[in-house]
Design a protein around this ligand. Structure first.
Ligand SMILES: Nc1nc2c(ncn2[C@@H]2O[C@H](COP(=O)(O)OP(=O)(O)O)[C@@H](O)[C@H]2O)c(=O)[nH]1
Ligand SMILES: [Mg+2]
Ligand SMILES: [Zn+2]
Length: 361
């Protein structure tokens, strides 16, 4: 086993030797040094390294449905689930990206050796949700989930209190990530002022988002569950939103067989049982998938997104092209199309939310 790996590493280095400059090789095994010399050359190496140079492989396409450890994945290949490890070359790439593949990724698997299927290539992603981690002087992108159709942003009317600023943040992130979003307002049974919330949500509907109002606790009449279910059908979805808004309850109301734990903080639930990066893709009985990933809790707008906020804040893309300045921040500039629409197409409270997010980044 070890011998085989050594052989492969040697091959990997040959590949490097052919394709990179000696300068790049010197610090290959020195992560610290690599971080300090992280350059465009490395990025190019990474792009090249995505594709295998080995010959004689029996490559088949599959989709990662579960991440067990950083190196071990369950892959769905033509409807059959197989345990696969990451090829040595992709592990090497892990220096660059921390996890070169994630749940939802389409990958090419080498099936030459029974009991030793290996992920050799990553197929180009349609989209992904990523988070950033900061190291000494670079920041790294970590993919949480890839190739999904939509993010279900769950908020509650009460307990925890309705918070449209958070919806703005998630919508911005979804837009930046090129992923559709659905807004779910749960716990309509305990709203103090449902009308006010409905009014606030009309803006999201006016810019094209589907807003669904629900109840999900077993004592309620399951308001909106059928509507939500129809939106999930034949699509791959991720649920996100503050803890306690009712994500697990909603999923249980939609598909009772899953029997997710309600009212538990899922980090605690996962602790000791799996690594925190344990993610999986679950089949809905009615078509499509739910992607359950603890990584979603780390999803947040960060400073890396600040430059994009003026264009990606919900609805602003509809008007930002009409601002006089291309890089308009919509705060003090003359001839700003957003400021011109304040109080009309852009409600004051959305603009204030925009300013708050801008400042927080
Ligand atoms: N009143 C009311 N309570 C709900 C509703 N949906 C969920 N809850 C309760 O809210 C709490 C948190 O729900 P949970 O599904 O664990 O939230 P999660 O953290 O987002 O997964 C639980 O006590 C649920 O019973 C609802 O529609 N109405
Ligand atoms: Mg939960
Ligand atoms: Zn502007």
């Amino acid at each position: 086993m070890n011998k085989k790996r050594d052989k492969f590493v040697t091959k990997g280095r040959e590949f490097k030797l052919r394709n990179t400059q000696i300068d790049d090789l010197l610090d290959v095994y020195d992560l610290q040094a690599r971080e300090e010399t992280y350059t465009k050359t490395h990025r190019r190496t990474y792009e090249k390294g995505r594709y295998t140079q080995k010959s004689g492989l029996d490559l088949r396409e599959g989709r990662i449905v579960e991440m067990q450890t950083n190196y071990s994945y369950i892959v769905n290949i033509d409807g059959e689930l197989s345990s696969c490890t990451l090829s040595g070359r992709l592990r090497y790439l892990e220096f660059e990206s921390h996890n070169p593949v994630c749940v939802g990724d389409y990958v090419m698997v080498d099936m030459q050796e029974k009991d030793n299927y290996r992920i050799e290539e990553l197929v180009q992603r349609k989209n992904s949700l990523t988070r950033y981690i900061q190291t000494a002087n670079t920041e790294r992108e970590i993919a949480i989930v890839a190739n999904i159709d939509q993010i279900i942003i769950v908020s509650s009317t009460n307990n925890p209190i309705f918070h449209s600023g958070l919806i703005d943040r998630y919508l911005t992130l979804a837009e930046i990530s090129n992923i559709n979003a659905v807004i779910c307002v749960n716990k309509v049974d305990i709203a103090d002022d449902l009308e006010a919330i409905r009014n606030e949500c009309m803006y999201y509907e006016s810019i094209g988002y589907h807003v669904v109002f629900t109840t999900a606790n077993p004592q309620s009449d399951n308001i909106g569950i059928e509507e939500l279910k129809n939106l999930l059908k034949n699509k791959d979805s991720v649920f996100t939103g503050h803890s306690g808004t009712g994500k697990s309850s909603l999923i249980n109301a939609i598909e009772a067989d899953l029997d997710l734990k309600v009212g538990e903080i899922s980090t605690a639930h996962h602790k000791g049982q799996h690594t925190t990066s344990h993610s999986r893709m679950i089949d809905w009985s009615f078509g499509g998938h739910l992607i359950d990933t603890p990584g979603i809790k780390t999803l947040a707008l960060s400073t890396q997104h600040k430059d994009k906020l003026p264009r990606y804040f919900p609805g602003f893309h509809l008007f930002a092209d009409f601002c006089f300045f291309q890089d308009c921040s919509h705060t003090h500039e003359d001839n700003c199309a957003i400021l011109a629409r304040l109080g009309r197409e852009i409600p004051e409270e959305r603009y204030e939310s925009y300013l708050r997010i801008m400042e927080s980044l």
